[in-house]
Design a protein around this ligand. Structure first.
Ligand code: ADE
Length: 224
């Protein structure tokens, strides 16, 4: 059974282009994973489809109400599924976590918005909280897209070439080396001669040195 993902959001159309395009769209088209985007307002009971309300205790902004989220998750969840809330105060997202999520059978992503969501949602119907970085988005829908994109790369067959996974940043804890393609000479800039040499050992050594230097400059923390 391919991985199935439900995304619960108040802004479902934000994901239309993302899911239709590119390598991810192809993976979905080939049945390697399934993604259903669900509009939280479909689980609201009132005529105005109210999904949020003012916070108890006062303060700015609106809070996502518990009723539609509980109703949606209780309807969609399956035994063993993982229910994930995207939030800037969650566990930092990482490559190992992407790999782990790719190995699950059913994921439910809840996108929060405004000032936050009712704590009782987090206490009762969420298994894991994930942040994609130390900045605040207007809502978690794009964060869900980022997590889905990163985990999809670990689903067998999604990347055409299995090899492309191994060479890249973070898989080997070093940043990527520079890439070049034709033409060998462009506006006076030439491709490093070693890449045209045909000596695979030299090319490997050059790429390794470039990766180490880049990592030293940009992300010395990765070398520790
Ligand atoms: N929602 C808003 N900001 C976020 C972030 N940085 N990560 C995950 N979800 C979010």
């Amino acid at each position: 059974m391919p991985l199935h993902i439900d995304v619960l959001t108040l802004f479902p159309r934000m994901l239309d282009g993302f899911l239709a395009e590119s390598i991810l769209g192809k993976g979905i088209g080939r049945g390697l994973l399934g993604v259903n985007v669900r509009d939280l307002r479909d689980w609201t009971a009132d005529r105005h489809h109210t999904a949020d309300d003012r916070p108890f205790g006062g303060g700015a902004g609106m809070v996502l109400k518990p009723e539609p989220v509980f109703a949606a998750i209780e309807q969609l969840q399956t035994p063993g599924c993982r229910r994930i809330y995207l939030t800037p105060d969650g566990t930092p997202f990482s490559e190992p976590l992407a790999r782990e999520l790719a190995g699950q059978s059913h994921l439910i992503f809840l996108s929060g918005h405004y000032e936050g969501i009712d704590q009782r949602i987090r206490d009762r119907v969420i298994d894991q909280e994930i942040s994609i970085g130390d900045y605040v988005l207007t809502n978690g829908t794009l964060a869900a897209a980022v997590v889905i994109d990163a985990l999809a790369r670990f689903i067998p067959g999604v990347l055409g070439e299995e090899k492309s996974l191994t060479h890249e940043s973070f898989t080997g804890k070093l940043l990527d080396f520079p890439h070049y393609t034709r033409p060998a000479e462009f506006r006076g800039m030439s491709v490093p001669a070693v890449l045209l040499s045909g000596h695979h050992g030299d090319i490997e050594a050059w790429r390794r040195a470039q990766s180490e230097e880049k990592t030293r400059q940009v992300r010395p923390d990765l070398l520790k």
